[in-house]
Write a protein that binds this ligand. Structure first.
Ligand SMILES: [Mg+2]
Length: 161
C-alpha cells in the first residue's frame, strides 16, 4: 500500500484530554507536552507523537487532522503545543462525522493539486465507531484504532512501509 496521507483524530488520540473545546483561556504551558487551562484542566501529549509526526514529514507524507471540536479551539491548542506546523490541513467541526471531515480534507488537497485516493489514506482514531461510515462514504481508507490496532504512535510508521 502506498500511503500518502495520514489523518489524525485529536482528543484521546494525540493527547490524553477527551475534549479540548472545554479549554478556557488563559492556557499555560507546563512543559513541551503539557498545558493547563484557566480552570485547572490538564492535557498531556502522548509519547512518540512528536517524533512520529517529524518522521512522517521527513518521508514527505501529508498530515491532516479530523476532529470534533470548535475550529478556533483546535487551532489554538495545536499552536500552543507547537504541533500546528506538522499539519497540512486541519478540519475541526462541531459535529462528530469524521467521514465528512475526511472528504473535506481530500477535497482541500485536490484544490492544491494533490490527488489522494481513499486507499492512499490512513485514518487514526481512538473510536472505531467512526470507521463504518468512513468506509461507506469515503472508500477503502486504512482505518487504525488507536490503542487497539496499535499501542504506540511510532507503530504508525510501520503501517506506511
Ligand atoms: Mg478521539
Amino acid at each position: 500500500m502506498k500511503v500518502k496521507v495520514v489523518i489524525y483524530d485529536a482528543d484521546k488520540t494525540l493527547w490524553d484530554h477527551y475534549n479540548i473545546s472545554e479549554f478556557r483561556e488563559p492556557i499555560k504551558v507546563i512543559n513541551r507536552d503539557e498545558i493547563e487551562d484557566a480552570e485547572g484542566r490538564k492535557l498531556r501529549v502522548f509519547p512518540d507523537v512528536r517524533s512520529t509526526l517529524e518522521e512522517l514529514k521527513s518521508r514527505n507524507l501529508i498530515i491532516a487532522m479530523a476532529t470534533w471540536n470548535f475550529p478556533e479551539k483546535a487551532e489554538r491548542i495545536l499552536e500552543i503545543l507547537d504541533l500546528r506546523r506538522y499539519f497540512d490541513v486541519v478540519v475541526a467541526r462541531d459535529f462528530p462525522y469524521k467521514f465528512v471531515m475526511i472528504n473535506e480534507i481530500l477535497s482541500e488537497l485536490r484544490k492544491r493539486g494533490i490527488y489522494a485516493k481513499p486507499e492512499d489514506v490512513i485514518f487514526v482514531d481512538d473510536r472505531r465507531a467512526h470507521f463504518g461510515n468512513v468506509w461507506l462514504y469515503v472508500g477503502r481508507v486504512k482505518c487504525v484504532e488507536m490503542w487497539r490496532d496499535i499501542s504506540s504512535h511510532s507503530e504508525i510508521l510501520k503501517l506506511i512501509e
